[in-house]
Design a protein around this ligand. Sequence first.
Ligand SMILES: *Cc1c(COP(=O)(O)O)cnc(C)c1O
Length: 462
Amino acid sequence: MQYISTRGKAPELNFEQAMLSGLARDGGLYVPRDIPKMSHGDIAALAGLSYEEAAFRVMWPFLGESFTEEEFRGCIERGYSGFGHDARAPLKQLGPNHFLLELFHGPTLAFKDFAMQLIGQLFQTALQRSGERVTIVGATSGDTGSAAIEAFRGLDNVDVFILYPHGRVSEVQRRQMTTPTEDNVHALALDGHFDDCQARLKDMFNHFEFRDEVRLAGVNSINWARVLAQVVYYFTSAVSLGAPHREVSFTVPTGNFGDIFAGYIAKRMGLPIQRLVAATNQNDILHRCMSTGEYRTDEVIPSISPSMDIQVSSNFERALFDAYDRDGAAVGQLMDELQSGGFSVSQGALQALRETFASGRASEDETRATIERARTRMGELLCPHSAVGVKVAEEQQIGEIPMITLATAHPAKFPDAVEAATGIRPGLPPRMSDLFERDERLTRVTNDLEAIETLIKERIAK
Ligand SMILES: *Cc1c(COP(=O)(O)O)cnc(C)c1O
């Protein structure tokens, strides 16, 4: 299985290379050259399997020769062993034909653990084999960073640096990043927004001298291996509601378009998904783009669902690549236009996107009202991101086809917003109840590429 760049100018890589490098050298994102198909029978056979076995069957065709079957099964087993729920991704009914897919039972209480725990194991396996060392740098609006640190802390061949926007992540998120004591963990608080963190990260990847010197590896949602890990729960949840004999739809709280893009891959593989609905908060570039065809960046307005406070939605480039019939030059052109504020999606591409994707937006008031209503009417405490999803899903007029809304984080990760809406302060699960007593360790950095690169070089030289 080979991987190609969405901008068409980087060398093709195999799975392991694409995973270790993250961003392609032409600035594009890696996607599989061909999407493996699962037959009706293959999908039906997933019913009743453990999450781990289903994960193996769904992902294996994408790996090619990179890992042995035994290595890969070991990575899956170890990756998901720290989850606090046997089903890993349990499904709950919210209302008539409306279901909630709980993706927050991992070690950092957000769906990012599904991908990060697995790729921590895959990196470890690949690097042990080659004896190499890499420097992982990630940008986070909160949850990616905590999930990455949790997945890579203490691993032998890796240093992990996480850039997060200072003062703009929740206290639980920050503490999950700043309290691990391992020497290979470095939490960097940047003066700026998440988009600044993401922009500096991209700069580092495009600065080849630095990239090669520190052996930079990326684990942001642009990393193909992360997208792949997220494909699995689309299959397990759909099958438990009757797929492949029956269609399902999903609503996905969206920021960087990674999670929802995994749903699109599941559909391309043969899962009968009728619709994938992108749910945004007030930072609604994706909803505006789907509605009007205009992809124009705006100021980020901080919200109570901070993990979706994003204006530049990196993985959308992957969806555009397919919508433009895999024309890398056309995608490269759009991304150039984005540098000066935005671009218009062509009519044909917009039509292609709308065949699969729909979209909606929830304001802050609507999000709060949904958290409150879910509590009183459905007995469910939702995190603000999941509430954005539930609100947008309900607008879709759920009919015969079941709607599955992804619950992307545990309410205890955003206790202030949940308490403000419901009067109830959600408690952390017992396994992490001492989080607020642990010491914190972080480094403040300015929004300056050179300063950040110098700091990273100094730290890894030790
Ligand atoms: C990261 C995150 C999202 C957005 O996911 P994308 O893959 O970036 O679209 C939504 N909710 C929570 C809780 C997250 O951590």
